[in-house]
Design a protein around this ligand. Structure first.
Ligand code: GDP
Ligand code: MG
Length: 217
């Protein structure tokens, strides 16, 4: 069996950007360690975290992502009927697929001073641009982050807009439709997440990884 840290077919660097406090570090810890931290503390130390997944080609534009070495029920989604069909129990070592190591970079609080260096963006294939659905200013600043990306990152970088903290329903101040139409205008994909409740976090990262994979494969 392959070891998760040692062998992979592709390494994808993804950067997290957005205002301080929007939940970038918690999206990262939720995706890579399934952890969440309620205390607000500036990211210290961690430069990036990784997670290795196997991508299985199902249909032309649909892949299933699963943890490497995971054994158990495999679920395939039928696009036409939108239902999920369990096709059997299988050990993934025997299923053909590419192994993708995603290396997700987090800021160490530099976003507060807009002091992110171009080294941060270097080689990044994907970017998750995060705002807080309860903080309109963090949504207004998205365009500044987008400009920053367009100035410093590769022009082919796959950008995804993420509205985080959807669990704070009573505090919502940015409408889904507004962000959706902004994303469409700017050619970004868009999703809303809650790192706290683990809603759509997997999906957000996987959508970004899938888009990158589609471009490079
Ligand atoms: P960063 O500065 O963008 O890295 O943001 P952090 O991940 O450090 O999160 C800032 C604060 O928001 C922390 O107190 C987190 O616990 C909180 N937070 C992050 N994600 C969520 C979420 O999805 N829901 C809620 N309610 N709080 C969150
Ligand atoms: Mg942080």
């Amino acid at each position: 069996a392959r070891r998760a840290d040692e062998e992979y077919d592709y390494l994808f660097k993804i950067v997290l950007i957005g205002d301080s406090g929007v939940g970038k570090s918690n999206l990262l810890s939720r995706f890579t360690r399934n952890e969440f931290c309620l205390e607000s503390k500036s990211t210290i130390g961690v430069e990036f975290a990784t997670r290795t997944l196997k991508v299985l080609p199902l249909k032309v534009e649909w892949w299933m992502w699963t943890d490497l070495g995971w054994c158990g029920e495999m679920r395939f989604r039928k696009i036409e009927e939108e239902d999920v069909v369990v096709v059997g129990r299988q050990c993934l070592d025997y299923v053909e697929g590419r192994i993708i190591k995603s290396q997700i970079w987090d800021t160490a609080g530099q976003e507060r001073y807009r002091a992110i260096t171009s080294a941060y963006y270097r080689g990044a294939l994907g970017a998750l641009l995060v705002y807080d659905v309860t903080k309109p200013i963090s949504f207004e600043n998205v365009s500044r982050w987008l400009k920053e990306l367009r100035d410093h990152a590769d022009s082919n970088i796959v950008i995804m807009l993420i509205g985080n903290k959807t669990d704070l329903k009573h505090l919502r101040a940015v409408a889904t439709e507004d962000a959706q139409s902004y994303a469409e205008r700017e050619g970004l994909s868009f999703i809303e997440t809650s790192a706290l409740e683990a809603t759509n976090v997997e999906k957000a990262f996987q959508m970004n990884l899938s888009e990158i994979y589609r471009i490079i494969s």
